[in-house]
Design a protein. Structure first.
Length: 106
């Protein structure tokens, strides 16, 4: 199916149905009146974290490319940046192992 034929919003439906752990849900333990404030705080942290991560990876790419002129050197710089991305992702996933599991009744 071509990308233009996929209706808007179907990605969220696919995410919720295929990976329910990744789908956005209401935070547990919050009163309904607190949810908008929590959502805003989460969104702000996501924006700041994404900007910071992009800046770090751009600096890694520029630093790696500076020492290697030419097409092959630039390809190597992108490879280095890719591995920094993998390492950062692995490092960010470590705290997930410390999260308590949640048992649903029934």
């Amino acid at each position: 199916m071509p990308a233009w034929a996929i209706p808007p919003g179907s990605g969220a439906v696919a995410l919720r149905s295929r990976c329910p752990g990744l789908a956005p849900t209401r935070p547990d333990g919050l009163a309904p009146a607190e949810v908008p404030h929590a959502s805003s705080a989460i969104r702000i942290v996501q924006q700041l974290g994404g900007s910071f991560g992009t800046a770090v990876l751009a600096a890694v790419l520029v630093h790696a490319a500076a020492g290697h002129p030419g097409t092959a050197g630039h390809a190597a710089a992108f490879g280095t940046t890719f591995w920094w991305t993998i390492g950062g992702t692995a490092l960010a996933l470590l705290p997930v192992l410390l999260l308590p599991s949640r048992r649903r009744p029934g």
